[in-house]
Design a protein around this ligand. Structure first.
Ligand code: SF4
Length: 346
């Protein structure tokens, strides 16, 4: 699990509208390692779904680059690279609208097999049965059913089977459980985690449910109004959140155990709604809601700085962290900055 499968580099996706330009994704960079799950988290309008849609080639970037296995995605999609389309697949939020109600499960699963020529026609039935078995649906029982005859969780299992029909490396999960009953959400998550292990899949998991990421993601990235605020390995993210927006989201998570309660930031009240993406506030776009804003925040947009291993944040409160760390190193001061303290193995 050391090689990089996806690089998103200074990605911008702007949409011109009558009311002005919507900067849905505005200069974001991150990479994804083979076999990991990175959670892309934010409120509605944060740009997380547009990012996924750029990665899968639905939208060409306005600027910036997306590299998949070293290949520029926009170029590959413009050449209609079937190999790339086989290798990156997506599971949508609402399985009810993503499955054709006029087709049986067998017909639905046969479409990617035909389009991407995954198996010869005589092998289609065997492949469809193995896909259904993979998502824990008894093939003979489900193959000839129609989507409206099965439950929401089962529909999503079929959607997952369809995504896996082409043996992809990267799967984009766009809120795959948010349209489902709570009773089946856990089942779908467990299935996704099992499939990831069995097939060495890489997941880009789009969600607004931060608490879900604690058990699912290896890293968490927070988006707000088209920009990334903070990225960190999951344990570090929950133990040492830095960005005020991250803290606001974390403080809103309901907790049930004392352990979770101890980790939850306090005194971070949720202020107002996310502003319109047509009128993004100047300076730090979060300043209109931030409980820690300073005078400079309304004028100057902060940049991403690394404050710990794999932990980056975009906030004026941390802009000098690197400078301070290098001065301490030069002076031989072994100050125990919180981000540099060794953490328990637990
Ligand atoms: Fe808050 Fe200022 Fe940091 Fe933005 S830069 S999150 S307004 S403290």
């Amino acid at each position: 699990m050391t090689d990089t499968i996806l690089v998103v580099d200074k990605l911008k996706k702007y949409f011109p509208t009558k009311r002005g330009t919507v900067k849905a994704v505005d200069n974001i960079s991150f990479s994804v390692t083979t076999g990991e799950t990175i959670g892309l988290v934010g409120e509605s309008g944060s740009g997380k779904t547009t990012t996924a849609q750029c990665v899968i080639g639905i939208y060409p970037p306005t600027d910036g680059e997306i590299l998949f296995k070293g290949q520029t995605i926009s170029e590959a999609f413009s050449k209609r690279s079937k190999a790339l389309k086989r290798d990156i697949r997506i599971v949508f939020q609402d399985p009810g609208s993503s499955l054709n109600p006029k087709r049986s499960i067998k017909q639905i699963l046969s479409v990617p097999l035909k389009v991407h020529r995954v198996a010869t026609k005589k092998d289609h039935l065997t492949k469809i049965k193995s896909l259904l078995a993979m998502v824990e649906l008894p093939p003979d029982e489900y193959m000839y059913k129609y989507p409206q005859a099965i439950g929401g969780g089962e529909k999503q299992m079929v959607a997952i089977a369809r995504a896996l029909a082409t043996d992809p490396s990267l799967v984009l999960l766009d809120e795959p459980t948010s349209a489902l009953d709570v009773s089946v959400q856990g089942k779908i998550i467990n299935l996704l985690m099992k499939l990831q292990q069995d097939l060495n899949l890489t997941y880009l998991f789009i969600t607004h449910d931060l608490s879900l990421m604690r058990n699912v993601a290896s890293r968490v990235a927070i988006m707000y109004l088209g920009k990334l605020c903070e990225i960190a390995p999951t344990v570090e993210f929950f133990q040492n959140p830095t960005h005020p927006y991250t803290k606001m989201l974390l403080s809103a998570i309901p907790v049930v155990s004392q352990e979770e309660k101890a980790l939850k930031p306090t005194k971070i009240a949720s202020r107002g709604e996310i502003p319109s993406p047509v009128n993004v506030p100047s300076g730090c776009s979060f300043h209109s809601r931030c409980s820690e804003k300073m005078d400079m925040c309304a004028q100057d947009d902060p940049v991403m700085v690394e404050i710990g291993e794999g932990h980056v944040t975009r906030c004026h409160l941390y802009q000098d962290t690197k400078v301070a760390a290098s001065i301490e190193q030069e002076e031989g001061v072994h100050a125990q900055d919180p981000v540099d303290q060794p953490r328990g193995d637990g």
